[in-house]
Design a protein around this ligand. Sequence first.
Ligand SMILES: Cc1ncc(COP(=O)(O)O)c(C=O)c1O
Length: 379
Amino acid sequence: MGVSNISNPSNAASLGLVKSKADIIDQTLKRPFCSIKGNHRRVIMASISSPSSTGHDVNLKLSGDSFIRPHLRKLSAYQPILPFEVLSAKLGIKPEDIIKLDANENPYGPPPEVLEALGSLKFPYIYPDPESRQLRAALAKDSGLESDYILVGCGCDELIDLIMRCVLDPGDKIVDCPPTFTMYEFDAGINAADVIKVPRKPDFSLNVELIAKVVELEKPKCIFLTSPNNPDGRLDCISMTGLAGLRVGYGAFPLSIIEYLWRAKQPYNVSVAAEVAACAALQNPKYLEMVKESLVQERDRLFKLLKEVPFLNPYPSYSNFILCGVTSGMDAKKLKDDLSKMGVMVRHYNNKELKGYIRVTAGKPEHTDALMECLRRVS
Ligand SMILES: Cc1ncc(COP(=O)(O)O)c(C=O)c1O
């Protein structure tokens, strides 16, 4: 795995990929493997024999990480936001009193049909349909696509991972256009692919000319052109179903590709609860439309209010979150921390492209009011 940064057309021609060396294997056995918990514990010790420098055989003990594929040993973990209950305990604030504007979540939740359907699940003890037929039929009706083109997964995250697993051999290349959704680089790393970064322009638009050059020169297997882009929200799409916690998403693919995604996916990737909930949500398009309208309205009000804050520079967004440059010498990470102490969560990214920004999700009107009050207090 390696990462290349390309910032202007002149260096595209002399593109070089950076490969990092594999880590040195720690050969000390720290903990045995236990296959069964409780009284019937079966312990399997891992060891190999190898000639010592004196010519005698000794048992060289291996630690667990020596079994891990070398490129994975240097992979940094994805940085998720804190789970709600953990956050609540940490802040000493009840979950329902936390203003959560740090993720792509819909504060209105799903339509009432979803909770009813989940409360009367008939067969939770039976494995789900591996082809998620009911949900794909509902999505086909909703989207106008034939269901043959639709694959559902445990969130869109699973589908991104699945595409890369099916397409990438170690050393293959992907084009990533940061700042963007960080899972593209993460999944490329898992697949030992090389990441060619073509940064976005200062207004977060794509550097199309440079992408075209890189495609010609490097023949990448995947290019990720995200719409709406996360974190800046260019172009249009809003997550309305309010099912982030149930992990269900879908993608549409050409038939020549979807065939292989079917073969490679986990058979029971969408749970009974997720399929039932998503089908129920799609039965109430009126509610979904109403939620979308409320969020769009609130996003626009939030944008106007954020524009009046002397140390924030919000970017126009077509999604349900707004990226803000933090200006006037104020530190973005400190701002995020100060707001979180007051129970208002916003997103801050600890990477070089975004360390001077925060991302604020549009919530309910009372969430915007609470955020604005806290912003007044920190200024
Ligand atoms: C661009 C992009 N892709 C995928 C996802 C993941 O979506 P899901 O929750 O369906 O896995 C997100 C989440 O915010 C996102 O911003």
